[in-house]
Design a protein around this ligand. Structure first.
Ligand SMILES: *Cc1c(COP(=O)(O)O)cnc(C)c1O
Length: 234
């Protein structure tokens, strides 16, 4: 049969996985150590489900309202991580729908997640978001706060710190971005060495459509891709 039955989304998923594999190999890493996340903002659930059908088993959600509207339509084979700014009063709406919150950017938010998880008897995996380029406009902890915060998180019995997340500076040159990713890798080593219960600290979520191959060479274990899978956003 000569007809090509792949949808655009399925094609993009395959190609992205292939490029992740090549970058991993070039860096002496295993492709299986890197997870592809499909970032769903503004994308119709049908397209999201095409990505899941093509083998992507992880979704990234930015907005609480959008997650709630689309949640029922999603193919439930995929896990969902929350990756956007999260107000404390919205935590309760998503707590039972996501398996990880990657965008923990304050202790106040960590406390609220702890409180809500305690209520339903759940342990939530979290990442600390790092404002690695120290941009005024961006949320997240500064790099020099991360070790202290990770030590405080230990007191929260319903949170499990798994690692770090960052969003590179938009418009940065490749060498600048590479240095941010490298700093993130070192920071992960720092928090691992400071936490006795550190076996779970092994996730570095970094790299988006424009720079995920670089992120893989610098140690990313989750790459978060939107436009590269679904095309430009309106
Ligand atoms: C939108 C978004 C992405 C994906 O960006 P693309 O450039 O579309 O790949 C990744 N991470 C976060 C936190 C985002 O908001």
């Amino acid at each position: 049969m000569s007809e090509n039955l792949l949808t655009d989304t399925a094609f993009n998923v395959n190609e992205t996985l292939e490029r992740i594999g090549l970058s991993a190999k070039a860096a002496g890493r295993e492709a299986s150590d890197i997870r592809l996340m499909a970032v769903t903002k503004t994308v119709h659930p049908d397209k999201i489900n095409e990505a899941i059908e093509a083998g992507c088993d992880l979704l990234g959600e930015n907005r609480v309202q959008e997650l709630l509207e689309k949640y029922e339509s999603y193919d439930k084979r995929a896990e969902i991580h929350f990756i956007g700014r999260l107000q404390t009063n919205k935590v309760k709406y998503i707590i039972d729908k996501v398996s990880m919150i990657e965008s923990v950017d304050s202790l106040k938010l960590a406390e609220e997640i702890e409180k809500r998880c305690a209520k339903i008897g759940k342990t939530m995996d979290i990442l600390l978001e790092v404002n690695i380029a120290e941009e005024e406009s961006k949320g997240g902890f500064y790099a020099d706060e991360i070790v202290g915060v990770s030590e405080k998180i230990k007191d929260f019995s319903h949170l499990r710190l798994r690692g770090l997340m960052t969003i590179g500076r938009f418009g940065a040159e490749i060498e600048e971005t590479r240095q941010y990713f490298e700093k993130m890798r070192h920071l992960l080593v720092d928090i691992k060495s400071k936490n006795i219960d550190n076996i779970y600290i092994n996730i570095l979520s970094m790299g988006m459509s424009a720079d995920y191959e670089l992120a893989v060479s610098e140690g990313a274990t989750i790459v978060r891709i939107g436009r590269g899978l679904f095309g430009a956003r309106k």
